[in-house]
Design a protein around this ligand. Structure first.
Ligand SMILES: [Zn+2]
Length: 179
């Protein structure tokens, strides 16, 4: 994808030289395929710093965009600001298979950017930190009070709600006995 390529001709083999660039674009392809994704066509801003070092080009990248997610507790769709930072060395002569290389006069930020975004997208997104989730009996979104009073945990709901909910249930149910 050309959109992710950075021209490094003017700092190639010139250790100490540095370039900073910013740009925004619509993502040509989606990132992620779980509950949280950055869909194709979403706006993304990139801040890129390229430093020429002896071994190659060191890229420091900050990406800002919007993730689209389904809440793991109440199953509601929501969007939220999403930011990720990473640093990657593009070597002139990559020595290992997993190392990225300089290709002619450019580096391709797409593979490390994709890795960083997909890793940082939440595996179990929640629409808000105190989302009470679904009522295990009616399937409706619970209000926070009812959620706090109810000790009934549907196994399916617990699996969706994940560790946060399990931890709070544990502390509520056994906290007084264990301490
Ligand atoms: Zn929710």
């Amino acid at each position: 994808m050309r959109i992710y390529e950075e021209n490094i001709r003017d700092i190639h083999n010139r250790p100490g030289e540095m370039r900073e660039r910013k740009r925004g674009f619509a993502t040509p392809e989606a990132f992620g395929e779980a509950l949280a994704t950055v869909p194709a066509g979403e706006h993304m801003d990139l801040e890129v710093r390229l430093e020429s070092v002896h071994e190659g080009i060191l890229a420091s990248v900050t990406a800002r965009t919007t993730m689209h997610a389904e809440c793991g507790r109440c199953l509601k769709d929501f969007t939220a600001p999403f930011q990720v930072e990473f640093q990657e060395l593009f070597a002139y002569t990559p020595t290992e298979a997993e190392e990225y290389g300089v290709h002619g006069d450019h580096v391709n930020l797409e593979p490390p950017l994709r890795d960083a975004v997909v890793l940082a997208l939440p595996f179990q997104p929640v629409c808000r930190p105190d989302c009470p989730g679904l009522d295990p009996e009616t399937g409706d979104v619970r209000d926070a009070e009812a959620a706090a009073e109810s000790a009934v945990v549907d196994p399916r709901w617990a699996a969706l709600a994940g560790l946060l909910a399990e931890e709070s249930d544990v502390s509520r149910d056994t906290g007084s006995e264990s301490k």
